[in-house]
Design a protein around this ligand. Structure first.
Ligand code: MN
Length: 326
């Protein structure tokens, strides 16, 4: 399929490159580093060769979210967002941006998002999971009350918020002890991000801000497979759910969430996601440069779904949701 749009596509600054070390074997580090630093050359060739018209770019992980000092996190966000805006200006028809945000300080995060959307023309934000901050040893999650004014700003700007994975902190990783292979995309990324998404749903955030759009990668971090059980466990007890949100969580999942195919190129999984959330809420992505564009495209272009759904998932859902004007 020509004209595809990818939404979870990363780059690095020289100063954030080291954050991506350790996720992949040492022997591919040189290759990964050059993929991450490149924006205008190999990336565009990969897009051309695989029918990808546009990528929405975002900073690598965890970067901004792993800087406990809010002012330093804000400064890095601004450097990354300004650099990205310069790169986009060279090829606005092929590249667009998602803002990095200093979530350590909800007010700074709101202001940086406003700046990125209204002045730099960014299409939304991509945040790498919880934020580390002095005084909160396990980091902060964005269902907490201090973040609600930030969510009000997100809703009023009308832009999507992409909740991207990161690993849990070592002190919160007891279950993985002795099994480092479970970290990252193998398992820990999905577990961490799914719990964060469930916290958002259960907090009542979407009752207060019903227009919010949260995007999850990797075909929903396992949630499409799990939502029914989350709402229907021990059904015979008829016990009301013990969280502040007014409705079953599956309703927020279906009304406030969008999923991308990043790094999860599996037709069986895509069909489950279509059955749970609908083809209007699933969007193509690759997760370049951690995954290959050709692996994503070669799978997606012939996956056994209707051509109508392929066009929606590959392109038109993204044009609508991110108001790309193409
Ligand atoms: Mn990613």
């Amino acid at each position: 399929m020509q004209g595809k749009i990818g939404l979870e596509e990363h780059f690095a600054l020289e100063e954030t490159l080291k954050d991506s070390a350790g996720y992949l074997p040492e022997k591919v580090w040189t290759e990964l580093g050059s993929r991450l630093l490149d924006i205008q050359d190999r990336r565009i060739r990969e897009m051309d060769a695989n029918g990808v018209e546009m990528m929405l770019l975002s900073l690598n992980a965890p970067t901004v979210q792993a800087i406990p000092d809010p002012k330093m996190a804000n400064a890095l966000s601004r450097r990354a967002n300004d650099y990205l805006a310069e790169q986009i200006a060279k090829r606005p028809g092929r590249l667009q941006g998602l803002a990095a945000l200093p979530m350590q300080d909800p007010d700074l995060a709101s202001r940086e998002l406003e700046r990125c959307v209204t002045q730099l023309g960014f299409k939304g934000a991509l945040v790498n999971g919880f934020s580390e901050i002095s005084g909160s040893p396990s980091g902060v999650y964005y269902d907490l009350p201090q973040y609600w004014p930030f969510w009000g700003v997100v809703e009023s700007l009308g832009v999507p918020f992409y909740l991207h994975p990161r690993n849990p902190l070592p002190k919160d990783s007891a279950i993985y002890e002795g099994h480092p292979w479970l970290m990252g995309p193998t398992w820990a990324f999905g577990q961490e991000t799914a719990v964060h998404a469930l916290r958002l749903m259960a907090s009542g955030l979407f009752d207060k801000y019903p227009q919010l759009a949260v995007v999850l990668g990797h075909m929903g971090e396992g949630l499409p497979y799990s939502m029914w059980r989350i709402d229907n466990r021990n059904g015979w007890t008829k016990a009301p759910p013990a969280y502040p949100a007014k409705r079953p969580l599956g309703e927020y999942f279906q009304e406030n969430f969008y999923l991308t195919t990043s790094g999860n190129f599996r037709t069986q999984t895509l069909i489950d996601a279509i059955l749970e959330i609908g083809a209007d809420r699933i969007l193509f992505s690759t997760d370049w440069p951690f995954e290959n564009v050709d692996h994503a495209a070669n799978w997606f272009d012939v996956a056994s779904i209707s051509e109508h759904d392929r066009i929606k998932i590959g392109r038109t859902n993204a044009v609508k949701l991110f108001r790309l004007g193409i």
